[in-house]
Design a protein around this ligand. Structure first.
Ligand code: CA
Length: 247
């Protein structure tokens, strides 16, 4: 785990981007409880106390999932849901509706509006977290799993261990976070700036070429001579985990 590059030592605190969950709920004690449990599970949480604030926050930073109370002040949960579905950026963001009402018609209306799931208050935190995990498994499969494989590369997040075939791969912290980020979004092309933001953290100044240096180290650690390279360089765009490597 040694590194001679100053960027990895000075940026040791940087962590990969955890999924962002927007909590839109006007009952403060419930919001506090939700935030506590979500953060404990490794998510980042944003709080909105009314519908207007929920829409504003979702507009500023697209969440990965929204927990949306049905009965919200100013703009109702159901209206927030409609408006989120109406915007390109938030159209596909999963929404779990919280409702105090038990009526079947309301539940159906909730799902008609575009909510992915609903849960009736009072609910158990265990149940809600299980529903969230189920949604996250669907939208970001690699986040919810401890062990993720892509081709013959596996990453074990609990043990912080990477293997290629049966061979242990030793990565520096930055190379590990890079690989973890790619494994969460196989096939997706990331620019150097996006990788800096996701792996080094936003608001940190590091030269974009630093990314190339760490990609080089990651490749060197992963690939024996003659082995196919799972990392694809996309000319003038950035890097991606090569989809053809999967098979
Ligand atoms: Ca409410």
């Amino acid at each position: 785990m040694t590194s001679t590059d100053s960027s990895t030592t000075t940026l040791r605190q940087a962590t990969p981007k955890r999924p962002l969950i927007l909590i839109a709920e006007d009952e403060a004690p419930l919001t506090t409880l939700l935030r506590y449990n979500l953060e404990k599970e490794g998510y980042r949480a944003l709080e909105a106390r009314d519908g207007d604030e929920a829409l504003m926050l979702a507009n500023e930073d697209t969440p990965d999932l929204v927990i949306l109370d049905w009965m919200l002040p100013r703009v109702s949960g159901i209206e927030v849901c409609r408006r989120l579905r109406g915007r390109v950026e938030t159209r596909n963001v999963p929404i779990i509706m919280l409702t105090a009402r038990g009526e079947e018609t309301d539940r159906v209306r909730g799902l008609d509006t575009g909510a992915d799931d609903y849960i009736t208050k009072p609910f158990s935190m265990t149940e809600l977290l299980a529903r969230i995990r189920a949604v996250m498994r669907r939208i970001r499969p690699a986040f919810a799993e401890d062990v993720v494989a892509f081709g013959d590369v596996t990453i074990d997040r609990t043990a912080h261990r990477v293997k290629r075939g049966n061979k242990d791969i030793h990565l520096g912290p930055t190379e590990y976070r890079l690989l973890d980020h790619f494994m969460q979004h196989p096939g997706r092309v990331f620019s150097r700036e996006q990788l800096l933001d996701a792996v080094w953290g936003s608001g940190v100044y590091v030269d974009a070429r630093t990314v190339d240096v760490h990609i080089g180290r990651l490749r060197k650690a992963l690939n024996e001579p003659g082995q196919p390279d799972p990392i694809r360089t996309v000319r003038s765009a950035g890097y991606a985990l090569d989809e053809s490597f999967r098979n």
